[in-house]
Design a protein around this ligand. Structure first.
Ligand code: URA
Length: 236
C-alpha cells in the first residue's frame, strides 16, 4: 500500500505537489469515490482516477543482475555507453540500487521502489557488501589491519571493514582478497586499497546483503525471491 499522492506522482501525470492539489480539490477518485484526504493508502487492486481517467498503479519489481564489466550503472549515459538497463528489459521504470563502476562486475540490484532503494543505500543502514578484489603487490597483514580498522580516503575515515581469504600470486606479484564493507562511498574499495599502496586491478561484488551471484552467469538477471526481499529489509 502506498500514499495516494505518491502513486499519482509515480504514474507520471503530475508532480507530488500537483498530485496533492488534485486530491485536495476533489479531482481524484479511488474505486469510484472522491477522496480528499492526503495520505490515503492505495494498493495495486484499487482503481485510481484523476479527472475521471484511470491511472495505472505500477507494481514494484526487484531484480538482481550479474553486472559484467563494460556497463554503466545509471539509466542513461552521456557518453552513450551500455547501461545495466540494457541487460534487464522491463516495462517498468526500474533503475539500479546504488552504483558499481564501469569496470566492476558483480551483484547489482534493480527496482522501481524508491523506499526500498533508500533502505538499501542509506549510510544509516549498514548493509553489508562483499567484494573480491585483485590488487597490485602483496597485501600484508598490517595493511589489512589498517583497512579493517578504518582508513582515510579523501577527507573521510572509512568504517570498520573485514578482510579475509588473502591469496598471493608470486608470478605476477598480485594479491586476491575478500573485503566486506557496510558503506558505499564513491570508488570506496579502490580508494581504500590505493590508500595502503595497492592499486586495484580487478573488482567484483560477490554479495549485497544476503544476495549472491549463485546460479547467475555474467550478464544474467533474475527476480529477487520474497524471502530475500524480506531479509534485505530486515537487515537494513
Ligand atoms: N568500490 C569501488 O571502488 N568501485 C565499485 O564499483 C564498488 C565499490
Amino acid at each position: 500500500m502506498e500514499r495516494l499522492q505518491k502513486v499519482i506522482a509515480r504514474s507520471g501525470i503530475a508532480s507530488r505537489r500537483k498530485a496533492e492539489e488534485l486530491i485536495s480539490n476533489g479531482n481524484v477518485k479511488v474505486n469510484g469515490v472522491v477522496v480528499k484526504v492526503l495520505g490515503t493508502k492505495v494498493g495495486s487492486k484499487d482503481v485510481v482516477m484523476v479527472n475521471n481517467q484511470a491511472i495505472t498503479i505500477e507494481e514494484f519489481v526487484y531484480y538482481v543482475l550479474y553486472k559484467p564489466e563494460g556497463y554503466v550503472s545509471t539509466t542513461s549515459d552521456e557518453k552513450d555507453r551500455r547501461t545495466v538497463l540494457d541487460l534487464v528489459p522491463s516495462e517498468k521504470r526500474i533503475y539500479p540500487v546504488g552504483r558499481l563502476d564501469y569496470d566492476t562486475s558483480g551483484v547489482i540490484l534493480l527496482t522501481n521502489d524508491g523506499a526500498f532503494t533508500n533502505l538499501m543505500t542509506s549510510p544509516k543502514h549498514n548493509m553489508e557488501k562483499e567484494y573480491r578484489v585483485k590488487v597490485k603487490g602483496f597485501l600484508r597483514k598490517e595493511e589489512s589491519q589498517l583497512l579493517s580498522k578504518g582508513i582515510k580516503i579523501d577527507r573521510y575515515i572509512t568504517k570498520k571493514a573485514f578482510i579475509k581469504d588473502v591469496e598471493y600470486n608470486k608470478n605476477n606479484e598480485t594479491s586476491l582478497a575478500t573485503i566486506i564493507i557496510t558503506e558505499g562511498k564513491y570508488h570506496q574499495v579502490k580508494l581504500m586499497f590505493e590508500a595502503v599502496g595497492h592499486p586495484v586491478l580487478k573488482l567484483m561484488r560477490t554479495r549485497f546483503g544476503i544476495v549472491t551471484l549463485d546460479g547467475l552467469r555474467k550478464g544474467e538477471h533474475r527476480r529477487l525471491k520474497p524471502y530475500e526481499l524480506k531479509q534485505l529489509r530486515k537487515d537494513s
